[in-house]
Design a protein around this ligand. Structure first.
Ligand code: ZN
Length: 284
């Protein structure tokens, strides 16, 4: 279903049906219309399409007319910024201002071409910080999608919703099936909350407070960018599990994920959580 539908159900009295998957597509390429839409139509599925407004109508991108048509067919249109730039490359105190300027430009175009402004946002490159989140809240957004893998649950940060990538190296049908079977690691607190790595604190230390009581804590695993070079320890605090994770090496990319997985006591269910770290100084 669309992200908006899923969030409606997740936070309502009606339970979200088991095995619900949300499909989101970023960037608004024409191939959505040519390749994805016929398939989605065939199976009766809808999706959320996140559009960067400055790209619309150019080169390989959908036109506003085509986007309006998709919206009419039941596709949900979300905001993917105006310029699709690296907002975190601006100096720290300037990020909110630059981000808001860009947001207003996109709103003008959405208003003009679709007669309304989206209430869902997907950060370009999945990069965000609390300043950007605050701007979205101020402008009435209900949620924003990041690019860290994971399963959305009621404990998820609504302004950094996880998504499993299903493209390039991750697009195989068997990978998709595996991700569909994942359950959320219910993280009620993640510290630090700002994904931007503080200088002098590389590798960064992450502390998660987790609610799942069914987890086999001795089997907790962590990965740094898919590799096992990290340390993980945990303590029980009443009904909560506190997990501390750190890479054993300095992070060397602009964006790195710490991923924590665990199974249930009986091994029948798997749980997943990813945490994003960003080092803007590393360039693009
Ligand atoms: Zn994008």
């Amino acid at each position: 279903m669309t992200l908006g539908n899923a969030l409606d159900l997740l936070y309502s009295e009606d339970r979200l049906p088991e095995k619900t998957a949300v499909i989101t597509i970023d960037d608004g390429y024409r191939s959505i219309r040519e390749n994805a839409v016929p398939l989605l139509d065939k199976y009766g599925y809808r999706a959320t399409i996140f559009v960067p407004t400055s790209h619309v109508g150019g080169g390989n991108y959908l036109t506003w007319g085509q986007i309006a048509e998709l919206q009419k067919k039941g596709f949900e249109i979300g905001n993917h910024s105006h310029s699709h730039e690296y907002f975190l490359n601006h100096p720290k105190g300037k990020i909110a201002e630059k981000f808001e300027e860009d947001l207003k430009k996109s709103h003008k175009l959405f208003e003009q071409h679709l007669g309304g402004v989206p209430d869902l946002y997907a950060y370009p490159f999945g990069e965000y910080n609390p300043e950007m989140t605050e701007v979205l809240k101020k402008h009435g957004y209900r949620a924003a999608a990041a690019q860290k893998s994971g399963v959305i649950c009621t404990e998820s940060n609504q302004f950094a919703l996880p998504r499993f990538p299903m493209n390039l190296n991750y697009g195989k049908p068997e990978d998709f099936a595996e991700k569909l079977r994942m359950n959320p690691l219910r993280v009620v607190k993640a510290e630090p909350s700002d994904p931007v790595v503080v200088s002098g604190q590389n590798p960064p230390k992450l502390e998660l407070t987790v609610k799942n009581s069914e987890i086999y804590s001795e089997g907790l695993q962590c990965f740094v960018g898919g590799k096992r070079n990290c340390s993980i320890e945990h303590t029980r605090k009443k009904d909560r599990l506190v997990i501390r994770v750190s890479s054993t090496d300095k992070l060397a990319s602009r964006r790195t994920l710490y991923t924590v997985t665990a199974s249930s006591e009986d091994g029948s269910r798997w749980f997943w959580y990813s945490h994003l770290w960003i080092i803007p100084e590393y360039g693009e």
